[in-house]
Design a binder for this molecule. Sequence first.
Ligand SMILES: [Zn+2]
Length: 291
Amino acid sequence: MRQNKNGKGGAPGTPVGWALLVLLCAVALLLGRCVAEQTQRTAAKWETTIPNDYFAVRATANAEAEAEESGEGEAEEVMMLKIACLTFDDGPSSNTQAILDILKEADVPATFFVTAQEANLPYYPLLKTAVAEGHQIAMHSASHKYSQIYADPSAFWLDIKALRTALEPYLPVAGIHWLRFPGGSTNTVSHRYGGRNIMKTLIAQTEEKGYEWIDWNVCGEDATASHPDADRILKNIQRDSNGRDVCVVLLHDTKATGQTVKALPAIIAWYKENGYNFCTVEQMYEARDGG
Ligand SMILES: [Zn+2]
């Protein structure tokens, strides 16, 4: 099996073209299940940036051999590569080391959308370890206080600046350009503080600044007030992942999310059993861009 990176067979009407079309439709549909308030804007973002050709791979070894046997010439069978991006928000925390240990043991890369609250700072040296072990560090918020960061656009960017300053002693921040908005890009809590258009403005400014942003389409719901146990978190993920080829999985890394750590080996095992490949958010998009 190899990646179909050269665009061969990608024209509409060919099996690869049809497969890409089907995937595009699936991607358009898959959003909105996890975040009930998904807007058209978010769906459009996904539709235009989803790395389609990363997922279209030809089953060369088997299909070509079969075709040769049956005398049908070059095989055109197409397979979809299934992707799982595990993402951990709000860390680092007292649980980060355990998360890193599990990821290392399973040889799985993940993405950490970090904050710089007082509780996070003692664990900042672990971010260095995370990067050394192949994980991606990305921006979430310094304070994570909705009333503060969503008061107006300049407050939001001041907060991101504070986060980058906090990260600076540990990581080359120039290379950090992925962002996840607290509450997601379609949150409405922000309207209370910064008006109805605050997210629209922030999204536009994010793109102007050359940053990339991403939401999620699978929720562990591991940081809710009901404090779900590990089994419930796994079930939430299985429910949301059902029928999806691309899963961007929202989990949390705080001192209160010990059950996430407990669930993590089973989450990884389940995705592996179901044929998913793990990568960081950055890797998923780099693959699309041929990088
Ligand atoms: Zn968060």
